[in-house]
Design a protein around this ligand. Structure first.
Ligand code: NAG
Length: 193
């Protein structure tokens, strides 16, 4: 009799226990808190930074101060561009050619912030003006050493379709004119949103 009662109780409460357990598991935070568990969105495009010519898309607004401290009689600008600030409104395109279909703009600044090598603090909005993300933006803030083969910048937020965005961008120089400083950079951006 006692055994029957125990089985009965178990039969009654087991489904409840299982349900409670399942509920608990669903409420467990995953690695990406607040984000869909699906794979990140991958964006691929090219960034064109034109500092030379009659219509540059990036302008130096602060020049690095002369080194001064060296014994040289003619102080020269620091070779790392430490202290230089450049503001950009650079086109983003689907392909590497400047005339390739427009994807958006990279609007912001990069500032020489490394005294040992060429290294920038880069703060910018990627403003999408075409395609499935037209009207949305991504905010990036990070360190960019343009002579490194691959640079990684954090994606710190976004708007529109990219609200709550977190992720990272991998930058690889596609083309660089060492004489002028003009460059085309390939971007691979991975975002959870
Ligand atoms: C992007 O969105 C704007 C505003 O809705 C629209 O005017 C424009 O035509 C769109 N551009 C493209 C290329 O779809």
């Amino acid at each position: 009799m006692a055994k029957e009662a125990a089985v009965m109780l178990l039969a009654l409460f087991l489904p409840l226990l299982v349900t409670a357990e399942a509920h608990l598991l669903q409420d467990q935070p995953t690695a990406a808190v607040g984000h869909a568990a699906s794979a990140p969105t991958h964006l691929h495009f090219y960034f064109h930074d034109t500092v030379s010519g009659k219509s540059p898309t990036a302008v130096r607004v602060v020049s690095p101060p002369p080194t001064g401290s060296s014994s040289s009689s003619s102080p020269s600008p620091q070779p790392t561009f430490f202290g230089a600030v450049t503001v950009m409104d650079d086109p983003l395109t689907e392909g590497p050619e400047p005339g390739s279909a427009a994807v958006g703009r990279a609007q912001g600044l990069y500032m020489g912030s490394d005294q040992a090598k060429i290294g920038f603090l880069q703060a910018m909005n990627l403003v999408f003006t075409a395609g499935p993300h037209n009207g949305s933006t991504l905010a990036l803030l990070g360190r960019n050493c343009p002579l490194d083969s691959v640079r990684e910048l954090p994606v710190v937020g976004g708007t529109g379709k990219f609200r709550f965005a977190r992720g990272y961008a991998l930058l690889r120089t596609h083309w660089l004119d060492l004489r002028t400083g003009d460059a085309t950079v390939e971007y691979d951006v991975y975002v959870m949103h």
